[in-house]
Design a binder for this molecule. Structure first.
Ligand SMILES: [Cu+2]
Length: 365
């Protein structure tokens, strides 16, 4: 009965059936047509939220218990209009109004009781596929909801690591590109080593009918997505979101601190070459799997769409440390950057930017 009702609701919204599943209802315009389209962005509406960028320090407390527990989690797919950068708006799809969606934290052996509420104000059906859930679709079918519906899912967190969750409706690439991805961290039974700072960052691509920086409302561009030709590549949903000039550094730490970064590539298409400029990943857990020993002193590592990494960094000297995708045109041209600021004493024995007596730079005589 419920299945039938839901299917009817989805069909009414034009998303049921094989055509939607194949994503073939949208014709790809020619490059010239796409260019013309890109010159015609609409005037920007008033954003419905102040910011869509998740606070990288908004992470649940480390788990402090020795027994399994039932953990209640509520996810709400929220369709919001927000700025990608000043003067440029985009209609995002999010979990709980932020990109990436809220970080969920459980312990191996816990049971997750998920409530999935699709608000009636939404226009589209949504769901969630947890890579940490062992079961069909990671829960996608169980949580498939039309606006106004609520679904429930229960699953055991059986393997330790950081795992992506993401929307998996038939137009899943579009929904992920509009912002629908996040991380569930399943801590090992023994917990994780204590660190001074934890950070949560997510990279993904926005495919729009505008150019980078072109003021107005950018609409989603299906042809650009199909061609894997993004307008913006961003961390936490907005151009240079977590830098001092926008929402502030992802974090400010003290020299001597250790930070642990939970990083997810939502994609839907581009692999991140994740790198900390002026640093290395002291410890690096590929794919976010905590079953293995970490790699050490890693400079740049691929993080594929639909995957994560866990990485620690140390700050022996002060300064701004840029976390980037080392496919650097995405940083210089498309907005993919976060900064961690370290404050403390200079240590010239480690790094001395001006070692000559008297200082200054020299030019040939
Ligand atoms: Cu969705």
């Amino acid at each position: 009965m419920f299945e039938t009702t839901r299917r009817r609701a989805l069909q009414a919204l034009g998303v049921g059936g094989a055509a939607a599943a194949a994503g073939c209802s949208v014709q790809a315009p020619s490059t010239e047509a796409a260019q013309k389209q890109r010159d015609r962005v609409e005037q920007a509406p008033t954003p419905s939220v102040d910011r869509v960028a998740a606070d990288p320090t908004d992470i649940p407390e480390p788990i402090d218990r020795d027994e399994p527990a039932e953990v209640d989690v509520t996810l709400r797919p929220e369709e919001v209009t927000a700025e990608v950068e000043p003067g440029v708006t985009f209609d995002y799809m999010t979990y709980n109004g932020q990109v990436p969606g809220p970080m969920v934290r459980v312990r191996r052996g816990d049971t997750v009781n998920l409530t999935f509420e699709n608000p009636s104000e939404n226009a589209l059906p949504h769901n969630v596929d947890f890579h940490a859930a062992a079961g069909p679709g990671g829960g996608a079918e169980a949580t498939m909801t039309a606006p106004g519906e609520t679904a429930h899912l229960r699953f055991a967190a059986r393997y330790p690591g950081a795992y992506i969750y993401h929307c998996a409706v038939p137009n899943m690439d579009m929904h992920i590109s509009a912002g629908m991805f996040g991380v569930i961290l399943v801590e090992p039974e023994a917990g994780l080593p204590e660190v001074d700072q934890e950070l949560y960052l997510g990279q993904h691509e926005l495919y729009t009918d505008g150019q980078v920086g072109q003021e107005g409302n950018h609409s989603f561009d299906m042809a650009a997505m199909k061609a894997e030709d993004p307008t913006y590549v961003v961390m936490n949903g907005e151009k240079y979101a977590m830098t001092p000039d926008v929402h502030g550094s992802a974090a400010t730490v003290s020299t001597g601190n250790t930070a642990r970064v939970y990083f997810v590539t939502g994609g839907p298409n581009l692999t991140s070459s994740f790198h900390p400029i002026g640093n290395v990943w002291e410890e690096f857990w590929p794919q976010g799997s905590l079953t293995t020993e970490p790699q050490t002193h890693i400079q740049t590592s691929p993080v594929a769409p639909g995957s994560t990494c866990i990485a620690t960094m140390e700050f022996p000297v002060p300064g701004n440390f840029k976390l980037v995708d080392h496919a650097l045109s995405r940083v210089a041209r498309r907005g993919c950057l976060a900064i961690v600021t370290a404050e403390g004493e200079e240590r010239p024995e480690i790094f001395d930017p001006d070692p000559r007596e008297g200082g200054g730079k020299t030019t040939p005589a």
